[in-house]
Design a protein around this ligand. Structure first.
Ligand code: SF4
Length: 152
């Protein structure tokens, strides 16, 4: 009896090397692409960091990018509202910037040239370059509580 089973990676047009986005370990990934769509993601055996291994989070990166439950729009819930509404990304970014400036202006400590009214908590998936820019931006804004989830 022969089973007509083939791996779903067999028909990939290309295999792209990448890095798991979930934590600072940086395990290597192989991303299989067929007709412009990701068909599989697995550990890269040639990665000197992980040698083909992935933890359960890393194994789930295929679902991270392809899952139907992934939110692809900005969702906003007004204070005391019970329903979410979608917003254009540009509108949401403007709202964040306006609130940040208002909070900073209203709570500026001129003597110490800082504000204690805000803090920043970065996610563990941020890379070195993103963390560098976040530290620069928030320090320039006078915010002193700048932390990263990876250190908690
Ligand atoms: S596979 Fe796991 S250990 Fe490796 S980078 Fe991703 S989250 Fe971190």
């Amino acid at each position: 009896m022969s089973l007509n089973i083939v791996p779903r990676t067999r028909f990939a047009d290309e295999v792209v090397r990448s890095v798991c986005p979930y934590c600072a370990v940086g395990c290597g990934l192989l991303v299989f692409v067929e007709k412009g769509r990701i068909t599989n993601i697995e550990g890269d055996p040639e990665s000197p960091i992980s040698q083909g291994c992935l933890c359960p989070k890393g194994c789930a990166t295929f679902e991270l990018v392809t899952g139907s439950h992934r939110e692809r729009k900005v969702l906003y819930r007004k204070p005391r509202a019970t329903e979410w509404q979608t917003l254009p990304l540009e509108t949401a970014m403007d709202m964040v910037a306006e609130r940040l400036k208002k909070t900073r202006d209203e709570n500026w400590d001129a003597e110490n040239r800082r504000t204690m009214s805000m803090a920043h908590l970065g996610g563990a998936t941020l890379d070195n370059e993103e963390n560098y820019l976040i530290k620069k931006l928030f320090t320039a804004l006078g915010i002193v509580q700048i932390e990263n989830q990876a250190r908690i």
